[in-house]
Design a protein around this ligand. Structure first.
Ligand code: DC
Length: 219
């Protein structure tokens, strides 16, 4: 069984995919971390970002392993390192590169196939999982929340870190990001065909998890 969870940035995909996989005893695949790992490898190898071939060659030469929630680059655990601001600032060079996307998509399908052969199921999360990578998945979910709700959540996370933020500025950056994701040429963010949309405004993570379990129960 494959469950795909797609949706815009800041909709809580990673948290919920992890929670759902834990609840169901399924494996969990965070595909964003794969693009992040390529960007990290590019930073470490000092690639020329203006020359896409350089990053493509890096992507082809690294060993990228995803081990149930941990991300390994040539055997090194980079799960935390790939979340740095510097990596986030360079992620588009990996995520917008068609050759790198093809490598990642093939690897994601290989992971699912390996798991299926071992009799295991998968919750996989990203921007293109239900639309491009696993269009025939048994259960496809589009997890989203309004830009205003995602802004409120972002502000509350910032407050917990004792940081302050401006509502309108954050909302503007979320709208800008959504716009880029929806309009990008390769693998734009869409609601996958036959997916079930869950708008999570006003729900906490546990409430979303319960709804997801109900949805999965009907898939
Ligand atoms: O979910 P995240 O922030 O870790 O994703 C990192 C980046 O990778 C983000 O810009 C979206 C992109 N991404 C993608 O293009 N396709 C995916 N399947 C997953 C993430």
């Amino acid at each position: 069984m494959i469950i795909t969870i797609d949706g815009p940035a800041g909709a809580g995909k990673s948290t919920l995919a992890k929670m759902l996989a834990a609840r169901l005893g399924y494996d969990y695949l965070d595909t964003g971390s794969m693009y992040r790992t390529v960007a990290l490898a590019g930073l470490r190898r000092n690639v020329n970002w203006d020359n896409p071939t350089e990053l493509e060659n890096v992507a082809k030469s690294i060993r990228l392993d995803i081990d149930n929630g941990r991300t390994l680059l040539d055997g090194e655990d980079v799960t935390d390192a790939v979340r740095s601001q510097e990596v986030t600032g360079h992620i588009r060079f990996a995520a917008n590169n068609p050759d790198i996307r093809l490598l990642m998509v093939n690897q994601q399908r290989a992971i699912a196939e390996r798991l299926a052969k071992a009799g295991k199921s998968l919750v996989t999360e990203g921007r293109d999982q239900g639309s491009i990578v696993f269009p025939d998945a048994e259960c496809k979910i589009y997890l989203t929340a309004t830009p205003e709700e995602r802004t409120r959540r972002r502000l509350s996370e910032m407050r917990q870190r004792n940081e302050s933020g401006d509502f309108d500025e954050i909302l503007k950056s979320i709208n800008k990001r959504d716009n880029e994701d929806v309009n990008r040429k390769i693998a734009p963010l869409i609601r996958p065909k036959n997916s079930i949309e869950l708008i999570t405004d006003g729900m906490n993570a546990n409430e979303v998890l319960e709804r997801l379990c109900e949805i999965v129960g009907k898939c």
